[in-house]
Design a protein around this ligand. Structure first.
Ligand SMILES: *Cc1c(COP(=O)(O)O)cnc(C)c1O
Length: 217
């Protein structure tokens, strides 16, 4: 049941924060609801969750009519954003974690909180800004008054052993420190403890809350 899974995740977050000498409220739990129906968002909302992560603009567009009455819910885009989806994404999401080019940033409308997705390894993901290109992208975003750049996001290569992700999390934290960005979107179901130890401020958790997903269509 979702309630039990949420308690387990909360316990993991609390323990990880304690071990890291951090306060629980420094870390936001972002519930990743991709592939699951809108009812799952409603159920999680009823249990007190307010921040939801979705990967596919088109999929969330279908669910949105069923959740748009949740006026204090915040919907975050955590999947890759294509330029032909920027208009729709601007309507649906308040926060976008996957900015990886000046072009995508410039196409967003409205007040948005944004994160730059950083590509830290060859196999990690096909998308993301290379560390060397960060200064130019940060400057480009700073020139757009509707965007507030909060921090960096990354997705390490998936590995059963959560320790494998640690060097990537350390690297992302160092980049955020270097560019004076306060937030770090890093850590998922399998490695949230390691991410919190390395300074994560947003963990993106799907499977540990909602169970295994079907493959996307
Ligand atoms: C699916 C996804 C998650 C959640 O992953 P889990 O392992 O199910 O917790 C987090 N971040 C991104 C970018 C995702 O695509």
């Amino acid at each position: 049941m979702l309630q039990d899974r949420l308690s387990t995740v909360e316990e993991r977050l609390t323990l990880a924060c304690q071990r890291a000498g951090r306060k629980r409220d420094e870390v936001l739990l972002l519930a990743v609801t991709k592939i699951f129906p809108a009812e799952v968002i409603l159920e999680a909302y009823a249990l007190g969750l307010r921040d939801f992560g979705e990967n596919y603009v088109q999929e969330f567009e279908g669910k949105y009519p069923l959740v748009q009455h949740l006026t204090d819910a915040r919907f975050h885009l955590i999947g890759h954003l294509q330029s032909n989806k920027t208009k729709k994404a601007s309507e649906l999401f308040c926060c976008i974690h996957t900015i990886d080019s000046p072009k995508i940033a410039a196409r967003l409308n409205g007040e948005k909180e944004v994160f730059i997705e950083v590509k830290l390894s060859e196999e990690a993901s096909k998308h993301g800004c290379a560390p060397a290109d960060l200064p130019a992208l940060i400057d480009a975003i700073a020139a757009l008054p509707n965007l507030k750049l909060s921090g960096l996001m990354t997705m390490p290569p998936w590995d059963e052993n959560p320790e494998t992700a640690r060097p990537y999390f350390i690297q992302l934290r160092k980049l955020a420190e270097q560019y004076k960005l306060p937030k770090l979107s890093m850590g998922m179901s399998n490695d949230l403890e390691v991410a919190i130890e390395e300074g994560s401020t947003i963990v993106r958790v799907g499977t540990a809350l909602f169970g295994k997903r079907q493959k996307p269509q």
